[in-house]
Design a protein. Structure first.
Length: 194
């Protein structure tokens, strides 16, 4: 079993949780070690879980009708992940959340969390803060896609994930940036990173 201290500290950065709250969250969660290539959330399936990642890397991507994959985001420890819209609306996921490496995660039942948070202000505040964080992340990502060129998007990604080139395959990075692997190679060469 892993040390959950960092996870508790992460959640406390959103709202102050008591030991009782932590125990409650543990009761509706399950610790899992998952292999690289595991789809935690599958496209076209209705998700019921959210995850907190303690080790490893996870990508979120969509697949077009022609079978092309587009990476939407990458998640590193410690992050909370889930397809929020699909969870809230109880609809099939538009995305796949897949482990890029072996990962240690807490898998939490979303409906049980919502039920517990109805009568608990700290859990309700935690939920609101997590949603605000998700919204801020997606808003910033949209601004990057609209206002930055590929080189600047790559540099921004390197700021967010300094070791990105070591832990995420180049073709996934290229997809995230909306360019081809060849274009990414040219950008890296131009920046003298190869």
């Amino acid at each position: 079993m892993i040390d959950i201290t960092k996870g508790v500290e992460f959640l406390n950065s959103y709202t102050e949780l008591t030991e009782e709250h932590v125990q409650l969250l543990l009761e509706i969660s399950e610790f899992k070690t998952v292999k690289a290539g595991t789809q935690l959330i599958k496209m076209n399936e209705v998700p019921t879980k959210v995850y907190m990642i303690f080790s490893g890397q996870i990508r979120c991507y969509m697949i077009t009708e022609s079978g092309k994959e587009y990476n939407k985001s990458f998640y590193l420890p410690i992050s909370v992940i889930g397809h929020l819209t699909a969870l809230i609306d109880k609809k099939p996921s538009s995305f796949v959340f897949e482990t890029l490496s072996d990962c240690e995660v807490f898998e939490m039942n979303y409906c049980k969390f919502i039920e517990k948070s109805k009568n608990d202000i700290a859990l309700k505040n935690l939920y609101i803060k997590v949603i605000e964080k998700f919204y801020g992340f997606y808003e910033n990502r949209l601004i990057e896609l609209i206002s930055l060129n590929a080189t600047d998007r790559y540099l921004e990604l390197r700021k967010q994930i300094p070791e990105v080139d070591k832990i995420i395959p180049q073709y996934h990075i290229a997809s995230y940036l909306g360019i081809t692997p060849v274009q990414l190679s040219r950008i890296r060469k131009k920046l003298d990173l190869v």
